[in-house]
Design a protein around this ligand. Structure first.
Ligand SMILES: [Cu+2]
Length: 95
């Protein structure tokens, strides 16, 4: 088990420069209702590794996150928003 995780880690380190991909995800964050909500959501996402940019929009209650998918996943991002009290879901049809 220890040997396997070391191998996986080594593979990930070697592989990242080759397959590093910058992805954009559009999220619906219906729980944002006041001016400070977007900042709380942004702050939570910002803690994750590989985040390139975050744009939140209170009017449409959405967040557009640009991230390095070798460092962070969409699941990580939605978990981060949930951890500060905002459920978020991927908007279908987003880039
Ligand atoms: Cu608020």
């Amino acid at each position: 088990m220890k040997k396997l995780s070391a191998l996986v880690l080594a593979t990930a380190v070697i592989a990242s420069p080759l397959w590093a991909a910058i992805q954009t995800v559009n999220l619906s964050v219906p729980g944002m209702y006041c001016a400070s909500c977007p900042f709380i959501v942004q702050g939570a996402i910002q803690e994750l590794p590989g985040i390139q940019s975050i744009e939140t929009d209170l009017d449409t209650r959405t967040a557009v996150v640009v991230f390095d998918d070798t460092l962070t996943s969409i699941d990580d991002i939605t978990f981060a928003t949930l951890s500060v009290g905002y459920e978020s879901t991927v908007i279908e049809g987003g880039s």
